[in-house]
Design a protein around this ligand. Structure first.
Ligand SMILES: *Cc1c(COP(=O)(O)O)cnc(C)c1O
Length: 369
């Protein structure tokens, strides 16, 4: 057991009380008042008209892509650096993920490279707001409009992150594209254990996703299935935890910003260690605080991971670029993703982290030199 974990959830609000209500009332499956409350509350938080809760974040992505009509033969553009679920959800629709390199500062899709990957088969662009930092949505939306493509936001790591859009208006991620998909896995910004959500302001899409989530059943005609759907429903128990977590999301996000600011000060001036950045048009959710490790720092990235572990600090390497994973092997060139992935470390970033933890972690990194 590490002394300082990478992230652990804070469940000290109304989680236990709301869960007890589920047990006492008998509403433990996917019907019950918390599901509706969580959906309405989360849509309100994101600034969308609707939300559809799901059993997990990958199901949210698959549900959204299916509802948008993504099907065999289609191509969906996505960034090379992300958690593999983004690509898997596209493949689950029978479509092909088309990988695009990332930007060196935001670590999100490089919008300047998207157009040359567009073909007759391209149906959508899936952006990923990686490690909490939003993708350049203004640039992506412009391209999507020009080529009539759907935009899916994989916001699994970025609840509450914001982007400055036209006329200086700030918008929450998930509310900018056609659909936004979230995960509530145990280490995400808010958690329901396992869980996910799709947000949208498109009523037709919302209604269709609700049908698809519930076996394709006609909402007005029981056991009558017009389309082939799934069981992607969230339980009332998951939603009960979600409602309690959502009550405190603003304080969690404030804590994440405080953690990031403390790391930036504490790690300043260590040669070869670069902290994650925040673009002037973005408010990062700082889900995981990331650093890049390169010479002249004394240890390689992997040696620093081992050094942190030996000192009781749990940290993680960045994701492998998707093009390096066996099912997605590609000879395409993704130089930025390759470098960032090879140099990146996620440091402990949970909301339960203390100032003295950050100071200890920074000292361990500094004194390795
Ligand atoms: C966590 C995550 C997912 C998948 O969410 P699950 O709830 O684990 O299915 C998808 N995309 C990204 C970028 C993620 O970080």
């Amino acid at each position: 057991m590490s002394r300082i974990p990478i992230a652990s959830p804070d469940l000290t609000g109304n989680e236990a009380a709301y869960l007890a209500e589920c047990i006492q009332s008998g509403w433990i499956s996917s019907k019950g008042p918390f599901v509706d409350r969580f959906e309405k509350g989360f849509a309100g938080f994101c600034g969308t008209s609707y939300a559809v809760s799901t059993s997990n974040g990958t199901a949210a992505l698959h549900l959204a892509l299916t509802a948008l009509g993504i099907s065999p033969g289609d191509e969906v553009i996505m960034p090379d650096l992300t958690f593999v679920a983004s690509a898997n959800a596209i493949v689950a629709c029978g479509a092909k993920p088309v990988l695009v390199d990332i930007e060196k500062d935001t670590w999100c899709i490089d919008a300047g490279l998207i157009e040359k990957h567009i073909t007759k088969k391209t149906k959508a662009i899936m952006v990923v707001h990686l490690y909490g930092h939003p993708a350049d949505m203004q640039a992506v939306l412009k391209i999507a409009k020009k080529h009539k493509l759907h935009v899916i936001e994989d916001a699994a790591e970025a609840h509450g992150a914001e982007v400055r859009t036209g006329k200086g208006v700030w918008k929450k991620v998930g509310s900018i594209g056609d659909v936004g998909c979230f995960s509530f896995y145990g280490n995400k910004i808010i958690t329901t254990g396992e869980g996910g959500m799709v947000v949208t302001s498109n009523k037709k899409l919302y209604e269709y996703m609700r049908v698809l989530r519930d076996h394709g059943q006609d909402p007005n005609k029981r056991y009558y299935h017009r389309v082939i759907g799934f069981n992607y429903r969230m339980t009332n128990m998951q939603a009960a935890i979600g409602v309690a977590q959502l009550e405190r999301i603003d304080s969690f996000l404030a804590k994440k910003r405080e953690i990031a600011a403390s790391y930036k000060v504490a790690l300043e001036g260590i040669a070869g260690v670069t902290c994650m950045k925040e673009a002037p048009w973005a408010k990062s959710a700082y889900w995981m605080f990331g650093i890049l490790v390169d010479s002249p720092y004394i240890l390689s990235r992997d040696k620093l991971l081992a050094h942190l572990s030996k000192n009781g600090v749990e940290s993680r390497p960045f994701f492998y670029p998707v093009h390096m994973l066996p099912p997605y092997k590609s000879s395409g060139s993704y130089p930025v993703a390759q470098i960032i992935a090879a140099q990146g470390i996620s440091l402990p970033s949970g909301v339960t982290l203390t100032r003295s933890d950050i100071s200890d972690i920074s000292t361990i990194i500094k004194t390795a030199v």
